[in-house]
Design a protein around this ligand. Structure first.
Ligand SMILES: [Zn+2]
Ligand SMILES: [Zn+2]
Length: 127
């Protein structure tokens, strides 16, 4: 598990670790409240609604949208320039991911958006 202190790639505030059943998510503590996930953890959370409900995506969506315009950021762990990706399921969500697989940065509100739309999509296809 990676417990090194990282700072937010967008606003440079400290990230605080949030422990969730075997995974650690980093959350921007005082600035934009963005969330930093390991790609494998994010994949699990997208499949597990119960667990996803425990992710503290509590930042202001308005602020998240503002910070969403900041695109040229570097990975807090390896300082590589991050890739901008639009989600395959929900192309309106654009997030940044480390080219070396360290993590994915989601602005405040984006995680909730990502998980909920997926939920409704699945609900529709289940009918
Ligand atoms: Zn931040
Ligand atoms: Zn990296």
């Amino acid at each position: 598990m990676n417990t090194t202190r990282v700072s937010c790639p967008k606003c440079f505030a400290n990230m605080e670790p949030v422990l969730l059943l075997g995974m650690t998510i980093q959350r921007c503590s005082s600035g934009c409240k963005g969330l930093w996930f390991r790609p494998e953890d994010l994949a699990i959370l997208r499949q597990d609604k119960w667990l996803a409900g425990h992710v503290p995506d509590t930042g202001s969506v308005r602020l998240g949208k503002l910070y969403n315009r900041i695109r040229d950021i570097r990975c807090p762990q390896c300082k590589s320039e991050m890739n901008k990706e639009s989600d395959t399921d929900q192309p309106h969500i654009i997030y940044e991911s480390c080219p070396n697989g360290h993590g994915v940065f989601l602005d405040a509100g984006e995680f909730t958006d990502l998980v909920h739309k997926t939920f409704w999509d699945r609900f529709k296809s289940a009918r």
